[in-house]
Write a protein of this length. Structure first.
Length: 69
């Protein structure tokens, strides 16, 4: 069975073990809609896609434009 040639520092092991906490810390609440979402990601709310509190895509306007044709 392979063994390490040199000792790893305690910091390396601690860094590896902390990653399970990162998921809970990266959830935010949008100030505009009040919904929780992953940080730095766009999210859908009531047919609109929001990013950083601003509407990026309004699905309702694109659907009505498609049916008008």
């Amino acid at each position: 069975m392979p063994n390490p040639k040199r000792r790893h520092s305690a910091q390396r092991g601690a860094k590896r073990r902390t990653h399970y906490k990162a998921v809970a810390a990266t959830i935010s609440t949008d100030a505009t809609t009040g919904e929780s979402h992953l940080r730095h990601r766009a999210h859908w709310s009531e047919g609109k896609m929001y990013y950083r509190g601003k509407v990026v895509i309004d699905n309702a306007t694109t659907e009505t434009a498609d049916t008008a044709e």
